[in-house]
Design a protein around this ligand. Structure first.
Ligand code: PPY
Length: 375
């Protein structure tokens, strides 16, 4: 049975109001004809259904049994139609097959279908255009720090963070079959992989060339038959592109962790029965101690912060203010990104954000999602 998510303009069969929902294709009625079942995702304003009969107050039957039952339930924020093992989930990512980002997607959703994209922006668009259910992107690395561009994209797009994946990338030195280390004149890879690989930095003493992602570097060397070029990439990339592994675990820090975010069109329901994290972005007015005040809303409620990042506001980089000493002063305007260890279903988190909202000039919840505690 194929499953398709749609935004439906109008109440099914009645043309009444605007709702978004899910259509199960491939379901057949008693005559064997294909039938569509519409499942509401909540927050619609269709005709109210009678709790007992499931019939709408207008007398129009809501099509499909599944729909009738759901309409009589309290309105959920979203309904997950995705099996837990990741079957049928399409996940877009920037890079080629065999990249570490794809590895991270497969760690979280072992049976997912991955959709390679040329740019991060395209991975976002794939979800927005319903070509993928989720996107995955690296957001920070324990040695390289934050991936700033991806923080900017989180704000520019309206996807929700629905998960995080912590991943230890195992860097391998690859080359065409039959090529030995001594033959290499250059090594190609993602800048982060080149910077974190001891052997490339110190022992090989060859030229390094930055490529957008590790797997694309492997693909390039393999498809062009480059006999004097090595690649830093994964063992899976070696297998996919027919390269040999000359050295394994070449990273200087064996615990080099990359944190990835999983994004979707809809937020997930915050829970309190397992550890959840919330990511927000906000702006503050200029003034002494405003950031301290913002951070205090969490400290006061004993909420642990796991990340704070500041980014200049692109559309409003400089703020001109009156200054009592100099007359006029220019300040950078910043966006603050914070991750904290609490679920939005936890009153402490709700109170903290209510408090922050009193003086933040802008506040957006980017997502509330289960913490990855696997490492
Ligand atoms: O280049 C890749 O394979 C990526 O997915 C980006 C990356 C690079 C290095 C560590 C983790 C992710």
């Amino acid at each position: 049975m194929a499953l398709k998510c749609v935004a439906v303009m109008g109440w099914p069969d009645s043309g009444r109001s605007i709702a978004s929902g899910v259509v199960f294709n491939g379901v057949r009625n008693s005559n064997g004809e294909p039938r569509k079942i519409f499942v509401s995702l909540g927050r619609f304003s269709g005709p109210a259904a009678n709790q007992k009969t499931g019939k709408s107050s207008t007398g129009n039957d809501v099509p499909g049994k599944l729909c009738r039952n759901l309409v009589s339930l309290p309105k959920p924020l979203t309904i997950s139609v995705t099996p837990n093992d990741g079957t049928q989930v399409r996940i877009s990512f920037k890079g080629s097959p065999g990249s570490f980002t794809e590895d991270a997607a497969l760690k979280a959703y072992p049976n997912c279908e991955t959709i390679p994209c040329d740019e991060f922006e395209e991975a976002f668009k794939a979800v927005e255009l319903w070509l993928a259910e989720k996107a995955i992107l690296p957001i920070e690395n324990s040695s390289g720090g934050s991936i700033h561009h991806n923080y900017d994209l989180l704000l520019r797009h309206r996807l929700h963070i629905v998960g995080e994946v912590q991943f230890v990338a195992n860097f391998c030195l690859l080359a065409l079959p039959g090529i030995r280390e001594e033959k290499l004149k250059c090594v190609l890879s993602h800048p982060q992989a080149l910077a974190s690989s001891d052997i490339v930095q110190t022992q090989l003493g060859v030229a390094r060339e930055n490529i957008d992602d590790t797997a694309s570097a492997a693909q390039y060397v393999a498809s062009n038959g480059l006999r004097d070029a090595g690649v830093v990439a994964s063992a899976r990339a070696a297998e996919i592109y027919g390269l040999n592994i000359l050295a394994d675990r070449i990273q200087d820090d064996p615990d080099n962790i990359t944190r990835f975010l999983v994004l979707a069109r809809d937020p997930i329901m915050p829970r309190t029965d397992k550890p959840f994290k919330t990511s927000i972005v906000f702006t503050l007015d200029e003034g002494p101690g405003v950031l301290t005040k913002a951070l205090a809303v969490f400290a006061l409620r004993e909420i642990n912060l796991t990340k704070i990042e500041s980014r200049p506001q692109k559309m409003r980089a400089l703020r001109v203010v009156d200054d009592s000493n100099t007359g006029r002063a220019k300040y950078f305007d910043y966006l603050f990104y914070i991750d904290f260890e609490a679920s939005m279903a936890d009153p402490r988190a709700q109170n903290a954000l209510g408090h922050l909202q009193e003086f933040a000039t802008f506040l957006r919840i980017l997502g509330c999602y289960p913490m990855d505690t696997s490492l």
